[in-house]
Design a protein around this ligand. Structure first.
Ligand SMILES: [Zn+2]
Length: 82
């Protein structure tokens, strides 16, 4: 899969998790911590792990910058990313 698409998906998953955690924190409070808040955090971490596994150069498999913008060429091997 395209690394730039994967970065977008990662951002969307992390955002979703933070929104779920934020809403549950605002709604139910953090004393005690609600299961929904924990779920949100887990979803966010899952998004980060997804990014670490998928935002890679398809040629040299090097991890690309998670926070970068549209990347056209791999900074490690110079191949064009599709
Ligand atoms: Zn590369």
């Amino acid at each position: 899969m395209n690394a730039n698409v994967c970065r977008w998906i990662m951002d969307a998953i992390i955002m979703l998790g933070l929104i779920v955690a934020g809403i549950s924190g605002a709604y139910f409070g953090l004393e005690p911590v609600s299961p929904l808040f924990i779920l949100g955090i887990v979803v966010s971490l899952g998004g980060l792990i997804f990014g670490l596994l998928t935002i890679r150069c398809p040629f040299c498999k090097h991890l690309l910058d998670l926070r970068g913008f549209q990347m056209v060429y791999c900074p490690y091997c110079g191949q064009k990313l599709e």
